[in-house]
Write a protein that binds this ligand. Structure first.
Ligand code: NAD
Ligand code: IPM
Ligand code: MN
Length: 378
């Protein structure tokens, strides 16, 4: 029997609870489809940080690079200053593994309520391809008091190494600044992925999102690269849209969208909005993808600390992230089976968590989907 080794970082808050259900469902499909998953647990998150002072070690990062797919819950804990765990573990992993694509499908399943009046599942069926290593996420910036100061900032990525030397001469009492970077290659590779995705999934349009009317430097390069890449796909229609208007159109006309490609920060914001129109954060999965390296699959929601340990959070987003993980392992048939089982349980509506108007526990939803996976005859 083939064994797939999959590292797991359950993380913080509701992370361990939703990951337990994701593993349950993937183990169920492995059983019926005749393979085995060996879960390799990593302890990274708030508890580990508070007891050892370690975020994630260089050795662990190197080790994780040997695997194809990682399963991740969520990071972030009220006992730790905001950003420490998120940047120190989650973003560190995304950057170290050069997961330059963040694929976030926005799909309304039958039986799941959308807050948008008169929209049905066939109206909400698109994907957001979010750039995942650049833009305002590079973490470079600083603080300067009145007078002169010198800052040296380093940006290290697989595809480049950039050093910024800044001479600051300021008569403001205090400033802080944050740099954003878009590189030609960084933009090209994610936009290319979006067009390839459209082509291979029979989608006929790609929408490029930015704010090129204000952040003219970064996003005019983004637009130029988009146009260059688009030339290679004459059968795919294209359009540009500003991010503010896109937020409005996601609500007004979600059926307009097929594939949306966006810089990192706008993609972060738009996909929480996208999650809401597909029924909420409890059902929205995502994949951090490096097509030639190690990818990492997670729900797009965070650690929702107020629900920690209550067996209340919706595990569906994590289970659907498990589908993306299976696809990434080349197990398409099993992925389809897990999605079908999830779809049926959502449609029937008997077992659902509070966010979808139900009373079921996290583990009951996992049990129901795992059971259905085993009953399906496809
Ligand atoms: P959040 O996504 O954790 O939760 C916001 C709200 O969404 C919750 O209070 C809850 O009402 C709802 N929700 C989220 N997941 C749900 C689920 N599975 N089932 C039902 N309802 C769900 O966002 P937040 O409260 O802004 O952030 C909490 C922590 O998580 C912070 O530390 C933040 O930095 C971190 N965070 C981590 C990730 C990640 O690990 N990928 C993503 C976002 C936020
Ligand atoms: C997400 C999260 C992360 C992000 C944070 C926790 C670093 O919000 O996965 O959407 O901004 O990418
Ligand atoms: Mn987010």
């Amino acid at each position: 029997m083939v064994t797939y080794k999959v590292p797991v970082i359950a993380g913080d808050g509701i992370g361990p609870e939703v990951i337990a259900e994701g593993k349950k469902v993937l183990d169920a499909v492995a059983e019926v489809d005749g393979f085995d998953i060996e879960w390799i647990e990593y302890p990274y998150g708030a508890d580990n940080y508070l007891s050892t002072g370690e975020l994630i070690s260089e050795d662990a990062l190197k080790e994780l690079k040997n695997y194809r797919s990682i399963y991740l819950g969520a990071l972030g804990d009220p006992r730790v200053e905001p950003g420490i765990l998120e940047l120190g573990i989650l973003l560190r992993l995304r950057f170290y593994l050069d997961e330059y694509i963040n694929l976030r499908p926005i799909k309304l399943y039958e039986g799941v309520p959308t807050p948008i009046k008169n929209k049905k599942p066939s109206d909400i069926q698109f994907v957001v391809v979010r750039e995942n290593t650049e833009d305002f996420y590079i973490g470079l910036g600083g603080n300067a008091k009145r007078g002169r100061s010198k800052h040296e900032l380093d940006l290290v990525r697989d595809i480049y190494h950039i050093r910024f030397g800044l001479d600051i001469d300021s008569d403001a009492d205090e400033i802080s600044y944050q740099l954003g970077v878009i590189s030609r290659e960084g933009a090209r590779r994610v936009i290319e992925y979006a067009f390839q995705y459209a082509k291979s999934h029979e989608r006929s349009k790609v929408t490029g999102v930015d704010k090129a009317n204000v952040l003219t430097h970064m996003y005019s390069l983004w637009r130029r690269v988009f146009d260059e890449v688009a030339k290679g796909y004459p059968d795919i229609r294209t359009e540009f849209a500003f991010v503010d208007a896109t937020a409005m159109w996601f609500i007004k006309n979600p059926e307009w969208y097929e594939v949306v490609v966006t810089p990192n920060l706008f993609g972060d914001i738009l996909t929480d909005l996208g999650a809401m129109i597909q029924g909420g954060l409890g059902v929205a999965p995502g994949g951090n993808i490096n097509p030639k390296g190690t990818s990492m699959f997670e729900p797009i929601h965070g650690s929702a600390p107020k629900y920690k340990g209550m067996n209340k959070a919706n595990p569906v987003a994590t289970i659907l992230a498990g589908c993306l993980l299976l696809e990434n392992l080349g197990l398409e048939r099993s992925a389809v089976k897990v999605e079908k089982a999830t779809e049926e349980i959502l449609r029937e509506g008997k077992v659902k968590t509070y966010d979808l108007g139900g009373k079921s526990k996290t583990s009951e939803v996992g049990d129901a989907i795992a059971k259905r996976v085993k009953e399906l005859t496809i």
